[in-house]
Write a new protein. Structure first.
Length: 99
């Protein structure tokens, strides 16, 4: 497995921290033989979200062609704002939306 970028460690909600981070797990299944292409696109695309906390995991053994991203956000509003900002930047959609 390869870890691309670290994220804050998950922690349970507590009284002294009423708003712990939320985490979004996204999983994708790639076409066979496209892992390197995906990796290159990922590297370019993640540049559009420099403030993001994200963990990317993939494997070249076992269950192949699966890619998992875990994004960390302060709250749902932060998630919405980060995603809106990314989609507003020229180039983001070209990296992740197949024409």
């Amino acid at each position: 497995m390869s870890i691309l970028v670290g994220i804050p460690q998950p922690r349970p909600k507590s009284d002294d921290q009423p708003n712990p981070n939320i985490y979004e797990l996204r999983s994708y299944w790639l076409k066979p033989g496209t892992l390197i292409e995906w990796g290159n696109l990922w590297h370019k695309g993640v540049q559009y979200r420099p403030d993001a906390k994200v963990l990317g995991v993939f494997s070249q053994i076992g269950d192949l062609y699966n890619v998992h991203h875990m994004w960390s956000y302060k709250n749902f509003q932060h998630r919405k704002q980060m995603r809106t900002n990314a989609w507003a930047k020229p180039g983001w959609s070209e990296k992740y939306v197949e024409n």
